[in-house]
Design a protein around this ligand. Structure first.
Ligand code: ADP
Ligand code: MG
Length: 313
């Protein structure tokens, strides 16, 4: 057998043979086999397949393997192939044991697959479990609706451009949580997104200057099918970060019409005047700031998020 299950099956058979040898099996052989053949599932399988005595005798160790592994699972012991359930199968008139993934294993594999679709850079771990269903909507119905509309529209046609959301609101109201919930919702529908804490990304890019992979870092981000820039406006921007990092990312996304989300403590208006306009040397660059703002406005719609501060400290 060439399947993964097949390999597992061989491993387990090997293990069983070893166990039988170790247990002074000649003495106990009959007892063990009788016990194995008394198993209800084994009896049903035998009856259904009308096996001859000779066939049963040749398959004894397989039946024993099946019953032993079943018992180990029942007792909560670690089996040679954790997460796999033994199943009796007929192969060339002989009984064999196939190992099929348990429902629990399938569920956890599916969950891991969904998780892997959300790429995060410097994001809090808690957003992994963020769910739109848990987002408390009182006073924020419009935002919750927009978030679920986005997921529906994107799922219906990922190639059609849809504006993302610019979530503004004070500290702790759940902006980051909502971005996480949207990313997780999209992941469940099979779509990949990238979420990054923008101030940390800015520091990383800055420290990569000279190491030659600045462009690579930026390219990697700008091409994300769905991009979420968290906490934009929380740091101080240099002209370089604004024009050659943020500007390049947003320019590309605008050209390619790639959905982009933002969260910020600042309104769009304040982002323009307090964050984008004045560079870290204190010089005002209103035209360049306006150009970035145009891209943000093209890419997203502004929502003001109200609510209590959910952070404990
Ligand atoms: P913001 O980004 O607006 O500052 P966060 O999204 O970080 O706020 O939320 C603040 C805290 O509250 C975080 O610990 C977050 O996990 C938690 N939180 C926010 N919204 C919810 C929610 N609907 N259900 C459970 N926890 C939430
Ligand atoms: Mg946040």
């Amino acid at each position: 057998m060439t399947s993964k299950g097949g390999e597992k099956m061989k491993d387990v058979g090997e293990e069983m043979a070893q166990q039988l040898r170790n247990r002074n099996w000649i003495k106990n052989y009959k007892e063990l086999i009788d016990e194995a053949f008394a198993d209800e599932e084994v009896r049903t399988f035998m009856a259904e397949n009308q096996l001859t005595q000779a066939e049963l005798a040749r398959s004894a160790s397989k039946v024993y393997e099946f019953v032993s592994i079943k018992r180990q699972i029942k007792n909560g012991e670690v089996t040679p192939a954790p997460g796999y359930q033994p199943q009796l199968v007929l192969s060339n008139h002989l009984i064999d044991v196939a190992y099929v993934p348990s429902d629990e294993l399938i569920r956890s594999q599916k969950k891991a697959e969904i998780r892997a679709r959300v790429r995060t850079l410097n994001m809090p771990k808690a957003i992994r479990n963020a769910q739109l269903a848990d987002f408390d909507i009182s006073g924020r119905e419009e935002i919750a609706q927009a978030a679920s509309d986005f997921i529906d529209a994107y799922t219906a046609n990922p190639r059609k451009f849809i504006k993302g959301m610019y979530l503004q609101g004070s500290f702790g109201v759940g902006k980051t949580y909502l971005l996480g919930a949207i990313a997780n919702g999209l992941a469940e529908e099979g779509f990949r997104s990238t979420m990054l804490h923008f101030p940390s990304f800015a520091v990383e890019v800055k420290s990569a200057i000279g190491s030659n992979n600045v462009m690579e870092k930026i390219d990697n981000i700008k091409k994300a099918p769905i991009l979420m820039l968290d906490d934009i406006g929380a740091d101080q921007l240099s002209s370089w970060l604004r024009d050659d990092v943020l500007g390049i990312i947003l320019q590309y996304r605008m050209q390619e019409e790639l959905p982009t989300f933002f969260s910020s403590n600042l309104s769009l208006q304040d982002l323009l005047t307090q964050y984008l306009t004045v560079n870290n040397r204190g010089e005002a660059e209103p035209l360049k700031a306006r150009r970035i703002m145009e891209r943000i406005v093209f890419l997203s719609k502004e929502y003001t998020m109200i609510g209590r501060n959910r952070r404990r400290s």
